[in-house]
Design a protein. Structure first.
Length: 111
């Protein structure tokens, strides 16, 4: 259990570094943390982000295609999209329109 808790903490630390107006993917975070096959576990961490004492910008983490695949884990079905739109993103059919241009890769950005 402690290993999972540590992984979630590490995920949260990366997500807290995603700049306003940028987006990353579950897989990019997993790869950065040395657990490339753990995208799903990153998703579980995002699902539990609401219980963190510090605000975690989980809305900035989407699937590898730019889809808002985690939107059902927010307080309302539209909350994730609303937060992204407030940061300047355009969403069409639950997908970030210019995903490649706003993509933030922790491997590049954090080294």
């Amino acid at each position: 259990m402690d290993q999972k808790k540590d992984f979630f903490r590490d995920v949260f630390q990366v997500v807290e570094l995603i700049p306003h107006g940028r987006i990353t993917s579950y897989g990019a975070i997993a790869k950065y943390l040395g657990a490339a096959r753990s995208s799903r576990l990153v998703g579980w961490a995002m699902n539990s982000a609401h219980s963190s004492p510090n605000p975690i910008p989980a809305h900035r983490v989407v699937n590898r295609n730019g889809m808002l695949s985690g939107k059902m884990h927010f307080p309302t079905p539209t909350a994730m999209e609303e937060r992204l739109v407030a940061e300047g993103h355009q969403i069409v059919d639950d997908k970030i329109v210019n995903f490649k241009e706003v993509y933030w890769d922790p491997m590049v950005e954090l080294g």
